[in-house]
Ligand binder design. Structure first.
Ligand code: AQP
Length: 360
């Protein structure tokens, strides 16, 4: 795992004996989320959710369905509501366990929206102007695009900072937003000379961090891309997976090899590698002398093998909406006090609440 930065806490030192007092082994906090903007795809799974599942026992986890982010671009209200429940079922179907994780919907915890206004007032426009995701999503529509899309990274910073998060496991496309989050937190802490916010670190795994589109391997796989053949949805049936893999862009060469100059085959090989956890060399050896047809058949098989159990579990979960709703309610009830404590501290520090007098 690549952990991007390191600001490990130091053990406390006892003044009396000048000996190191071991801290109680509290688990570090992890926070992450996905937008309910459509059916989640292989990129969301391999770049983010699968990593959350694999590490969940190690951390104190909070995973969110970021519906306030989903309204930064036009979305049908019914679809937003349905997608939110589907995403909750998929989180659980992929293996998130409420024993280790708190799962909730962002809009159910109003502190996110409130903190977002406050931190908008502490974020220079110059920092937001540099955000590449805004530029690509706004395209050339700068005059008509809503300000929510522009302020999206600040809301994301609030999501993370409200919970005093240590680690944020995400795909590579979120690297810049994480850097912005750290900048906002550091600027706020230094302005008020207090460690109000924990400075979070991105957790970006090398493998699967950027799964590319099947029809245009120079672009990342995305939920909101208009062509459904550009992505494998977690809910695609075996026939659809086979068709999408068969249509996936490769090139006119025959050799099955990882090569940055050949993004189509390299993307498919990366997916294969992330699923099988073999080395690049092992995979190239496995397909030496074979054609794209053989490789695509093997990739389809691996995908069906990985997604079938998730789909079976998903079908059970989505047919019991009351249980899903109660899991989400419980998650929101558990995280709200954490968010509220940070919000209160921020309000006090900036003067919205009574300012502490003489250090009291
Ligand atoms: N192609 C990808 N490869 C690896 N990881 C990816 N992620 C997204 N796409 C890929 C990771 O999935 C998590 C959730 O992403 P999101 O829904 O919050 O927003 P996004 O990054 O904008 O993802 P999409 O699928 O492209 O959604 P739309 O189309 O709605 O914008 C994040 O950790 C992200 O890094």
């Amino acid at each position: 795992m690549l952990i991007e930065t390191n600001n490990e806490e130091k053990p406390a030192v006892s003044a009396k004996a000048n000996t190191v007092v071991p801290k109680p082994q509290a688990k570090k906090r992890v926070f992450s989320g996905v937008q309910p903007t459509g059916n989640i795809h292989l990129g969301n799974y391999l770049g983010a959710i699968r990593n959350w599942v694999n590490a969940q026992a190690e951390f104190d986890n909070i995973f969110c369905i970021v519906d306030l982010h989903a309204i930064t671009l036009p979305i049908d209200p019914k679809e937003l509501h349905t997608n939110t429940r589907k995403l909750a079922a998929l989180y659980l179907a992929c293996g998130l366990d409420t024993h280790y994780c708190k799962l909730f919907v962002q809009s159910h915890v109003h502190q996110h929206a409130e903190m977002s206004w406050i931190l908008n007032c502490f974020t220079p426009m110059g920092w937001l102007n540099r955000m590449t995701q805004f530029k690509s999503k706004a395209e050339s529509d700068l005059d008509s695009v809503d300000t929510g899309l522009y302020c999206y990274p600040v809301l994301m910073a609030c999501d993370i900072l409200l919970y005093q998060t240590h680690y944020v496991p995400v795909g590579d496309d979120q690297r810049q937003h994480l850097e912005l989050t750290r900048d906002i937190a550091q600027r706020f802490n230094s302005t008020y000379k207090q460690n109000v916010f924990t400075i979070p670190e991105a957790q970006i795994r090398e493998m699967g961090a950027r799964i590319m589109s099947l029809d245009d391997p120079t672009k990342k796989m995305s939920k909101s891309e208009s062509n459904p053949n550009s992505r494998i949805s977690l809910l695609d049936d075996p026939k659809t997976i086979k068709q999408k893999v068969a249509r996936a862009t490769t090139d006119s060469q025959r050799l099955i090899a990882f090569d940055p100059e050949r993004p189509g085959i390299t993307n498919l090989l990366t997916i294969y590698q992330t699923l099988t956890r073999q080395s690049q060399q092992e995979i190239e050896q496995e397909f030496a002398g074979k054609g794209y047809g053989d490789f695509k058949a093997a990739l389809t098989e691996r995908l069906v093998e990985a997604l079938t159990p998730i789909q079976q579990r998903y079908n059970e979960l989505i047919s019991d909406l009351p249980t899903l709703e109660s899991i989400l309610k419980q998650g929101a009830d558990e995280v709200r006090p954490i968010a509220e404590a940070t919000l209160q501290q921020v309000k006090q520090v900036i003067g919205l609440l009574q300012y502490p007098q003489n250090g009291s």
